[in-house]
Design a protein around this ligand. Structure first.
Ligand code: MN
Length: 259
């Protein structure tokens, strides 16, 4: 018997009102990067972009999440340092507090509904900050002898090696694998861990945290790389399919628990 199709929500990226823009001049756009949505749908789940709720409306983020089985927090702009008790060290690193507030509300509502959360890049940072953790605002500035975690010229073709924490969930997901090659498109990283989060992978070159998992009954897991950008024809890269499968399995379990 085929299991009922899972419905997975993806939080939106924001393009705020821009008077220079020709299309939708002065309007806020909510958007989704295509390959993330395709990756989420690659095992048969349906993906949906979750809009921000209007300020005065007879519905809330809880209502938007109600028909969904899980939440993916995608990549994008910096998390605002003001959300983890710091001031921006540079004007370019001020982040987007509007998107942060929208995604933190979604994340909290999703966890309260007992539905799983998967964070990708900015998504893992957002998860960490929502649970009280802090970030490095800029790896090259704040991490001594850091590896190059972002290269604008080659973008997702910038790679490094991660080491799995022995015995943790990620290591169990890839039996026999200790190290893996992944892409790296980030300049922020987790500094101090949020409540009940445990590290599951670090960059081999500099120890930067690359994956964390919430300890406890609610499924929340995040990776600092972009599994959706990995070329499936390149066997040297970590296959992201087991990560997605585990998240979707958790969504199916959560759906079963609800009915
Ligand atoms: Mn990295």
């Amino acid at each position: 018997m085929t299991a009922a199709r899972l419905n997975i929500g993806i939080s939106a990226c924001f393009l705020h009102a821009d008077p220079q823009r020709q299309v939708f001049n002065g309007k806020t756009l909510l958007y989704l990067e295509e390959s993330l949505s395709h990756w989420v749908m690659s095992q048969g789940a349906a993906a949906f972009l979750i809009p921000s709720p209007p300020r005065r409306a007879p519905l809330a983020v809880e209502d938007l999440l109600a028909p969904l089985d899980g939440l993916v927090l995608p990549g994008g702009v910096d998390v605002a340092p003001t959300n983890y008790g710091e001031t921006p060290l540079h004007p370019d690193w001020a982040g987007d507090p509007v998107r942060d507030a929208y995604e933190i509300a979604l994340l909290r509502a999703c966890m309260a509904q007992g539905k799983p959360v998967l964070g990708v890049c900015r998504g893992v940072q957002l998860l960490n900050v929502a649970l009280g953790g802090t970030l490095y605002q800029d790896i090259p500035t704040q991490v001594t002898a850091a590896h190059r975690h972002r290269d604008r010229d080659v973008y997702e073709h910038n790679f490094h090696t991660i080491a799995f924490e022995p015995g943790a969930g990620l290591a169990r997901l890839y039996p026999g694998v200790r190290n893996a090659k992944i892409n790296s498109v980030h300049h922020q990283a987790i500094k101090t861990l949020g409540k009940n989060l445990a590290v599951e992978a670090r960059c081999v070159e500099d120890g930067v945290i690359e994956a964390v998992r919430l300890q406890g009954d609610t499924y929340a897991f995040g990776v600092q790389w972009h599994p959706e950008f990995h070329d499936p024809r390149d066997a040297s890269l970590l296959d992201g399919a087991p990560i997605l499968q585990e998240f979707l399995d958790a969504a199916m379990v959560a759906r079963g628990a609800k009915t």
